[in-house]
Design a protein around this ligand. Sequence first.
Ligand code: NG1
Ligand code: ZN
Length: 545
Amino acid sequence: SLILESSSRFLPPQGVKLSYGTAGFRADASLLQSTVYRVGILAALRSLKTQSVIGVMITASHNKVSDNGVKIADPNGGMLSQHWEPFADALANAPSPQELIQLINEFVKKEGIQFDGVKHAEILLGRDTRPSGEALLEAAKEGVASIVGAVAMDLGILTTPQLHWMVWARNKGMKASEQDYVEQLSSSFRCLMDLIPSQRSKFDGTNDKLVVDGANGVGGLKLKVLEKLLNGLLIEVRNSSEDGGVLNEGVGADYVQKEKVAPHGFGSSDAGIRCASLDGDADRLVYFTVNPESSGAIDLVDGDKILSLFALFIREQLSILNEREGTKNNHQARLGIVQTAYANGASTNYLKQLGLEINLTPTGVKYLHEKAAEFDIGIYFEANGHGTILFSESFVGWLEATTNELSARSKGSDAEKAALRLLATSRLINQAVGDALSGVLLVEVILQHMGWSIHRWNELYHDLPSRQLKVKVADRTAVITTNAETVVVSPPGLQEAINNETGKYSQGRCFVRPSGTEDVVRVYAEASSQEAADSLANSVAKLVD
Ligand code: NG1
Ligand code: ZN
């Protein structure tokens, strides 16, 4: 068979066991040739099973440049269905071509996959700027080609969210090229700009430039393409992949958020300027300002605060719509907020005070996304800057009908504008996955809409001091948690000990969980001062060790 021939050229490395974690397979790039080839096969089977276009993205996101990874985008543009993850693990670890073929045959039978179905398999392939990506993408192509009739489209260098967006758009029957992505984002951005209330000042003049740290990756490259179509929004990109710096080294959203320092290429001369940082594959976004007093220190505006800004804006539009008069077609939209236990406690309190419904899920985009999809409008964000706003299809349908009705009856009314803003937001913000590029555009237009500087935004609430630590343990799977990872159920006694420590601190909050992407147990602690948060995290880390 085709598979026997090609798989014998992609033998798995010995003594390495890979697992399809929350972000797909990740490892040192030199180990991934056979894994990526096999993910190509997996994607083709997934495409046959779902009779839809499937995506394969080659990236290791914010991890170091020598790492790489591969993950699948399902028909809706989201993560691979959990139900297929065990098969992904088995495929990646099959020791020989014969065993690989046997596994495939069994799985094809079990899932009832038809090779002579109406549609042949179609796979979109993308990669980030890692040098190892080119050869890995070739391996993915060979994997796809080993399934009869399957077609792979090599889309080259993309951000992770662009690839997910294209899969989502293709399966909705929309135009789905990179150019279509750029056009949809830029036109909805301009639409939102045109809808800014005229009495609101467009900034205070001093800080209308945005400076973006591209993590030496793909995001800066693509942002420069978008920027030309934004009607005068000034964006200066630093640390773009073509500038020659090392991917994610001393730069990028993960570094900035975890270390709370300015990325390479930013210094005291940037004090007070609005800055943003993307991660290596541009699916995370944080904002910051450089602190003039201490070198390298920043004021961080993290994912929780981006979520809060988005929530305020959406809530404002919904309440304008609710106040409109004499509509028969009334509809109280359900707005839901989704966070993880890593959300700063101050953000959760702030959102609760606004009267918003808050849901907590375990860490991992697939959990947040799934929860957010239950609402008319669901906003999810991880503190690290990954998140988006999901609009349900039925709500978008209602919005379109309402906009038409309002345009006919009260053109130019506040209600019509609010409906148009929500519609434009649903087109601007990526509906498949968190996207730093669409996120940055939405933040920028909302700040202008509010007439706010980054400082005004940052003052919405004050973060509680926090500390995150990693503990290397013999077996991280020994730690089992429940209640969205906030409570340890095993090993016995550990949660009581954590409670006992936490009780010693004013505003103390602490939890531990096994990482889904690294071989560590993570400890997170919050308290009323930095010293207290550090001390709580350290003593709980000792309990875990
Ligand atoms: P793990 O390693 O499971 O903590 C990390 C991030 C997640 C998510 C994934 C996927 C933290 C604490 N965890 O997961 O939020 O981004 O990587 O990349 O930031
Ligand atoms: Zn990423």
